[in-house]
Design a protein around this ligand. Structure first.
Ligand code: MF3
Ligand code: CO
Length: 266
């Protein structure tokens, strides 16, 4: 069942989503060679708790951390660990917060400078595919219109691999609600989008094969061929004509641009 939000609920969700964005921005300023993803996770958790919220992911189905930090060939659900980041790493950070009864969910892929050119393209194409999906997230369209837009751009145009095993999702009082929002599919198919549905759109795009494998930890998803992967995610409210994006990359991009250790393509 797809839950439609009231306007007041959408505003609470915006607050949660923007707190995720601020959390990601605060991590952006810490990123540099030598930092560990465990340090980033600790900072994220403190930041979230300091803002009268709790991390959505911690203890969700037994997930043990506040964030998912997936480096290089890790696609999503990477465990923060004590390995030091280094030049050329792609660091995908996924954060969820629960505040005032509602979840916000957003992810961003950072590059530790210098980033190899093919990886720069992977970042740009993945992020642009999210924007193309968002363009289709309007009342009267169908979920498949979003899915098709993402797949057409990343797979048919750029020959990258769209991960099939994991998908975007509705969210609200629960982190995962209906509908599922795949990053692959056919136009004109799937549930119809209505005003004030809120969904997380989150393309997970691989340089090479779409196929993935799971680590022994039971969570970390990696590319089967070891090539790099990127992941961007926004919390999006469906509206007529143009979606209302509840999370924001502006503060993150500002922090990225201000941090000389980061590649900033935008
Ligand atoms: N954005 C991801 C998702 O919606 C993060 C979930 S991680 C988990 O699936 F630990 F909470 F599962
Ligand atoms: Co999500």
């Amino acid at each position: 069942m797809i839950r439609i939000k009231t306007n007041a609920e959408v505003e609470l969700m915006r607050e949660s989503a923007l707190l995720v964005s601020s959390t990601l921005a605060s991590l952006a300023s810490l990123l540099k060679p030598g930092v560990t993803t465990a340090q980033l996770d600790k900072r994220a958790e403190e930041f979230i708790l300091d803002h009268q919220a709790v991390p959505s992911f911690k203890n969700y189905r037994g997930y043990p951390y506040a964030t998912c930090i997936s480096v290089n060939d890790a696609v999503v659900h990477g465990f923060p660990n004590n390995k030091e980041l280094k030049e050329g790493d792609l660091v995908s950070i996924d954060v969820g917060v629960y505040k005032n009864g509602f979840h916000g969910d957003s992810a961003y892929t950072f590059g530790i400078a210098p980033v190899a050119e093919p990886h720069q393209l992977l970042m740009k194409v993945t992020r642009d595919s999210l924007l193309m999906g968002i363009e289709k997230a309007t009342a009267g369209s169908r979920v498949g219109d979003i899915s098709f837009a993402i797949q057409d751009f990343t797979e048919r145009k750029h020959k990258f691999g769209v991960v099939r095993e994991l998908v975007g999702h509705g969210l609200g009082r629960q982190l995962h609600e209906d509908p599922q929002v795949p990053n692959y599919g056919k136009k004109g198919t799937g549930p119809k989008l209505k005003e004030n549905m809120v969904i997380a759109i989150e393309p997970m795009i691989n340089m090479g094969t779409k196929d993935v494998i799971y680590d022994a930890d039971g969570w970390t998803v990696r590319t089967k061929d070891g090539m790099f992967s990127a992941h961007y995610e926004h919390t999006v409210c469906i509206k007529r004509g143009k979606a209302d994006v509840l999370s924001s990359f502006s503060e993150i991009v500002a922090a990225e641009n201000a941090n000389t250790f980061l590649f900033s393509g935008y």
